[in-house]
Design a protein around this ligand. Sequence first.
Ligand code: APR
Length: 309
Amino acid sequence: MRKITIIGSGNVGATAAFLIAGSGLADVVLLDIIEGVPQGKALDMSQAVPLMEAETSILGTNNYADITDSDVVVVTAGLPRRPGMSRLDLLGGNGAIITQVVEKVSEFAPNAVLIIVTNPLDVMSFLAYRKGGRPKQQVIGMGGLLDSARWRYFLSIAANVPTTKVGGLVIGAHGNTMVPLASLATISGRPATEFISPSDMKSVVEKTKHGGAEIVGLLKTGSAFYAPGTAIFTMIKAIINDEKRIISTCCLPDGEYGQSGLFLNLPAVIGAGGLEKIIELDISAAEKEALNLSAAGIREANKELISDL
Ligand code: APR
């Protein structure tokens, strides 16, 4: 059985853990700094597994020795967003947590693919890469896939079709400057622009950009976790089953889309090795410009946290 570690047993981490173990995909280690919480959640999930007819195990722990030999390590450890806070407001506090966690992961699971989830995602992924001593293919972030799922959802509502008929990708920052690719969105294989008017498309783009904040506002405490947890599960499935699936992934480009020297979300082939290839799609001139702006914002935030940039 393959082994997945989730660091941070909060809402997002626990949701991902439950999907991974409950589906029978892999054994899970759930690690947190708080004593009792990962153990309690793991015990609860372990008692659900027989009902789901899976043969996986879930271990809750505070001890990094338990993550040894993990195939994938997911980092969701961090402070959550409160209403009115942007993802960038979490920069300093979560930066310290990522530094500390990645050091431990390097010690106990140096060969695992690392998936960063902690916000602000693009900065935290770069920080994890800088601190982790891992090849860039093995450090990826989960943000673009979640934004793409939100984009597909809002497109499906606008066009009044099931989400299964909708194809769409969001690239750039996992934040307000994200770039939903309207020119490439599809409904039943046709351009979505044939079904959705330009003004409706504009409002779908805006809803997608604020999809996370809308949920934060409604929940009052904490942020979204079902869709983020499912997006983590989807990425891990692509790695464990070597799916070679194209996923908008937070990664380090080397000139693709004219970008380098930062982590941002781009379409990439995800398989056994983690990130296998960034795919360059033919995006519109306006989308390219929006991507450049989005990247500029990430570069600014990177400078605040990573001193030698
Ligand atoms: N080591 C391990 N776990 C930690 C550490 C640490 N140094 N610091 C905090 N944690 C744990 C907390 O104890 C908590 O259980 O991380 C968990 C975070 O859980 P939640 O507060 O429920 O946050 P969640 O909603 O799961 O979001 C986690 O994902 O989407 C992002 O912005 C979100 O950065 C946040 C992360």
